[in-house]
Design a protein around this ligand. Structure first.
Ligand code: SF4
Ligand code: SF4
Length: 136
């Protein structure tokens, strides 16, 4: 699909460009074949599949992208990145969404203040992403 004739607003464009900058990927390379989501062992736990998230990023739909649980469920196993026929590092895009959120809201997760019962239920990657915000 060609996006050449779609006019994006400033905010939509900025969001997409930021995710591309952090991930180092061109989201418009994605042609929505769905192979990434088909191979993801956590797709059934995600409220939006990874290819749906990529499509939303293409369209600059920041609020919808950030509202999904997809990037927090992602375990960075890289299966999607290996399967992508367009050589898109899909896992890096999921990481970029996490980084985007944690850069905008550095206090979103303060590990030392999390109750033990929450720590036991929290996806590991949420904790890993939290520590990366301090190094990236
Ligand atoms: S496998 Fe690659 S091209 Fe296919 S939907 Fe996923 S990111 Fe897009
Ligand atoms: S890296 Fe994340 S999105 Fe990709 S297959 Fe693994 S868990 Fe799913």
């Amino acid at each position: 699909m060609s996006y050449e004739y779609i006019k994006f607003g400033k905010e939509e464009r900025e969001f997409r460009e930021k995710i591309e900058e952090i991930s180092g990927e061109n989201v418009f390379s994605c042609y929505q074949c769905g192979k990434c989501s088909a191979g993801c062992m956590f797709s059934d736990k995600m409220d939006r599949t990874v290819n749906q998230q990529i499509h939303r990023i293409q369209m600059g739909q920041k609020e919808k992208v950030l509202a999904a649980n997809t990037h927090w469920i992602c375990a960075s196993c890289l299966t999607c990145s290996v399967r992508c026929p367009r050589d898109i590092d899909v896992a890096a895009i999921m990481e970029a969404i996490r980084e985007y959120i944690l850069r905008e809201e550095p206090e979103k997760i303060i590990v030392s203040e999390l109750p033990k019962e929450v720590l036991e239920r929290l996806p590991n990657i949420a904790l890993v992403g939290n520590f990366r915000k301090m190094t990236g």
